[in-house]
Every structure is written in structure tokens, then in C-alpha cells.
Write a protein that binds this ligand. Structure first.
Ligand SMILES: Cc1cc2nc3c(=O)[nH]c(=O)nc-3n(C[C@H](O)[C@H](O)[C@H](O)COP(=O)(O)OP(=O)(O)OC[C@H]3O[C@@H](n4cnc5c(N)ncnc54)[C@H](O)[C@@H]3O)c2cc1C
Length: 377
């Protein structure tokens, strides 16, 4: 069995930032990072294609913004990323699209300073992991299903394989293993973290699980297209006004110029509220793909070239983000660490500036790193 001082589940912004920040603060324990996906990024992951090695599409968050004042720890974490150029001010314009089909530079999403990963969003997590090198092992393609508390250790295992990891401390950077939404979505009978530590054993953990159970998350259906068009002069993001979002059930369109004179387009579709289960999901994916494709020419009227290119677009399918953003009931910062269970939480579901956004994931990781380092001192 593999062994580590700290196991971190999730290689999104929060998990990767936690590891990088711990190393910046000279935390010297061994760390094992475990991630279900094939690479780092989580909701800032970048889609690749087997048939086109150069192709990259940021199919989750295409960028993010930060609100001042930033904590010193976060500035220190991001400084090397800014210096080596993998975190930069986003190129291209951000525009809004109204119900009457008019496009303009306007307030709101279009009016903040967007940051993005270079050359693509997953580059940020890759660079954070490079900063976290040292006694860190990375385990991709491992979806943890079972958590067990064995004396003073955590035991992590998957379904259907012998792979196991034992660690003195555990951090969950995604909330799936702690949230009842896993039950309907994945056909699980009990929340894995609750199964590992029964109610009454750790009051801090009981409070944290109660708080998490109340939070709801937004579902997104993102249609991905490959267009035969050079997108260099096109806006980077087209945000629909709130009224238009409600009417068309689309939040925004994101354009990614590609190296081969083509353009990737991601259409961020909003959810209809129909129950999603392993049985309904394949049907819902098809329905959303058809709905979004049909709507696209109408939304692209202000950009005739783009509208024309859509006719020859190749669809790369729809990505369903089951929890694209937490919407409410943030986990209080005071509950980020449960001492009796040696268990921590970080991610965009933690309370504070940036809750529900990339910034919240970064801030929560910096905060948790400080807690762990202070404990070790
Ligand atoms: C479509 C979309 C658009 C967005 N747009 C914006 C935006 O414009 N601005 C902004 O600020 N934010 C945006 N966000 C939100 C932003 O992406 C997130 O806030 C941020 O990336 C969250 O990072 P995280 O590390 O907290 O979580 P995640 O990135 O979700 O990382 C958690 C990781 O844990 C892994 N994991 C979970 N359970 C297990 C398990 N059991 N075993 C192994 N691994 C597991 C997951 O695979 C995942 O990689 C957007 C998100 C989406 C989906």
C-alpha cells in the first residue's frame, strides 16, 4: 500500500495550489495527490483531441478575475506563475449580447480584468504542480470511491482495483465525497465521508458535513464545436445579458483561436432542472446538443462570418458539469480543518471573497496551507 503524510484528493486549482503553497512554506512531509481525471485542471481543465495533437479547448472556466485586496500568501503563490508567463491578462475582448441581438462592450462580466492560463487554462495547474515538486507523488486516473478511518490513518481506495493509499492527513478539494449529490448522480447509497466517520465521532466534521449538505450547485451543459474559421479578430467571450440568459438558457459563448487557423467554440448552456441520473444523462446530453446547435445561428447574428462557419462546424459533443459552481451555503473557513479526524477542505465552496469562483479555490487553498503549516510548527 502507498503511504503519505498528506493525501490530497483533486488536482484542480485548489488541490494544486495547496501543494504549491505548502512547498513554498517549506512543509516537508510527503504528499500524495490523487485525481480522477487524466491530468490536472479540474474545472479549469483543457480538452485535447487524439486526432489533432495541437488542438486545445478550455471547456470549463476560460479565465477568471481576482478582487483586491489579495492576501499576501495568494500574491506569493501567484508571483512565480505571473513571472513565467503561464498566468497572464487575457487577450481578446469580452462583449455582451442583448435580447435584441445587439452586441456591445458593457458592464458586468465584460468589465473586469480577466486572467487566463497560457498557453491554455490547464497550464496554471501544471505550473502549480511543478512548484510543488519534492516528496510529492501524483496519481491520475484514480477515482476515490471509499474512505476509511483506520486508527490514526486514512485509507483511500477505488472501486474495482487493488490500488490503495494510506495517509496521516486527508484533504478533499472537491466536495463530491462529502455531498449528498453523489448519491443520485452516482447511484451511491451513502456519502463516503459520512460512511468513514459516523455521526457523533467528530463534532467539527459533523458540522462541516451538515453545512456542505445544504449547498446547491449550478449544472452546465457545454457544447464544444470546431469551426473552419480564423478567430483572431473575434471576441474571446460573448456574455448574454441576464434577460437573454434566462430566455435562451445560455450563459456565454467562448472562442478559442487554434494554431491551425480554426476556432474552438464553447457554448455554456444553462440547466433546465430535469433530474440527472445515470439513466437520464445520455438522453439529456443529446437533447442539449440539439437545442444548443439549433440556437447558435440566431445568437451569432452580429458576427456573420462566425455564423456562416457554424454551418460547417464539427461537434465535439456536450460536456456536462454536474457542479460547475456552488451557489449558496459556503463552508465556513473555521470548518476548513477538522482536527480530530485530521481532515481538511479546500475549494471554491469555502466561504470568503471569490466563493463559487476560481478565486475562492485559490484563497481557500492558501488559507488551509497556513493552517497545516502552523499546526506542524
Ligand atoms: C463551465 C464553467 C465555467 C466557469 N467559469 C468561471 C469563470 O468565468 N470565472 C471563475 O472564476 N470561475 C469559473 N468557473 C469556476 C471555476 O472553474 C472553479 O471555481 C474552480 O476551477 C474550482 O477549482 P477547485 O479546485 O475548487 O475544484 P475542481 O476544479 O472541481 O477540482 C476538484 C478536483 O477533484 C477531483 N475529484 C473529485 N472527486 C474525486 C474523487 N472521488 N477521486 C479523485 N478525484 C476527485 C475532480 O476530478 C477535480 O479535478 C467555471 C466553472 C465551469 C465548470
Amino acid at each position: 500500500m502507498l503511504d503519505a503524510d498528506l493525501a490530497v484528493i483533486g488536482a484542480g486549482l485548489a488541490g494544486c495550489s495547496l501543494i504549491a503553497r505548502l512547498r513554498q512554506l517549506n512543509w516537508s512531509g510527503t504528499i500524495a495527490l490523487v485525481e480522477a481525471g487524466r491530468g490536472p485542471g479540474g474545472r479549469t481543465a483543457t480538452r485535447r483531441r487524439r486526432d489533432r495533437p495541437q488542438w486545445r479547448l478550455d471547456h470549463g472556466a476560460p479565465g477568471f478575475h481576482l478582487d483586491d485586496p489579495l492576501p499576501e500568501g495568494l500574491k506569493a503563490l501567484l508571483a512565480p506563475l505571473r513571472e513565467n508567463g503561464c498566468l497572464r491578462q487575457a487577450g481578446g475582448t469580452v462583449v455582451t449580447l442583448a435580447m435584441d441581438g445587439s452586441a456591445s462592450r458593457a458592464e458586468g462580466a465584460a468589465d473586469v480584468e480577466w486572467l487566463e492560463g497560457k498557453p491554455f487554462m490547464a497550464s496554471i495547474c501544471e505550473a502549480l504542480l511543478a512548484m510543488g515538486e519534492g516528496a510529492t507523488t501524483q496519481h491520475f486516473g484514480r477515482r476515490i470511491r471509499t474512505l476509511q478511518r483506520d486508527g490514526n490513518h486514512w485509507c483511500l481506495s477505488e472501486d474495482g482495483s487493488d490500488w490503495q493509499l494510506r495517509a496521516s492527513r486527508l484533504v478533499l478539494s472537491g466536495s463530491l465525497l462529502a455531498h449528498p449529490r453523489s448519491l443520485a448522480m452516482l447511484d451511491w447509497r451513502q456519502v463516503p465521508l459520512r460512511e468513514a466517520v459516523p455521526a457523533g465521532q467528530d463534532p467539527d466534521l459533523d458540522h462541516a458535513l451538515d453545512a456542505l449538505a445544504q449547498s446547491r450547485a449550478a449544472v452546465r451543459w457545454n457544447l464544444m464545436l470546431d469551426l473552419p474559421l480564423n478567430g483572431d479578430q473575434l471576441p474571446r467571450q460573448i456574455w448574454l445579458t441576464p434577460e437573454a440568459q434566462e430566455h435562451w438558457r445560455v450563459e456565454r459563448l467562448v472562442l478559442h483561436p487554434q494554431a491551425d487557423n480554426r476556432t474552438g467554440l464553447v457554448m455554456h448552456g444553462l440547466d433546465s432542472g430535469e433530474p440527472i441520473t445515470p439513466q437520464t444523462q445520455p438522453v439529456l446530453l443529446k437533447q442539449e446538443e440539439a437545442r444548443l446547435r439549433e440556437l447558435l445561428p440566431q445568437l451569432l447574428q452580429p458576427w456573420p462570418d462566425l455564423q456562416g462557419a457554424c454551418k460547417a462546424a464539427e461537434s465535439l459533443g456536450v460536456m456536462r458539469w454536474g457542479a460547475s459552481r456552488p451557489l449558496d451555503h459556503p463552508l465556513p473557513q473555521s470548518m476548513q480543518w477538522c482536527d480530530a479526524s485530521a481532515l481538511g477542505f479546500c475549494g471554491d465552496y469555502v466561504e470568503g471573497p471569490g466563493f463559487g469562483r476560481a478565486e475562492g479555490a485559490l484563497r481557500s487553498a492558501v488559507n488551509l496551507a497556513q493552517i497545516l503549516v502552523t499546526q506542524a510548527a
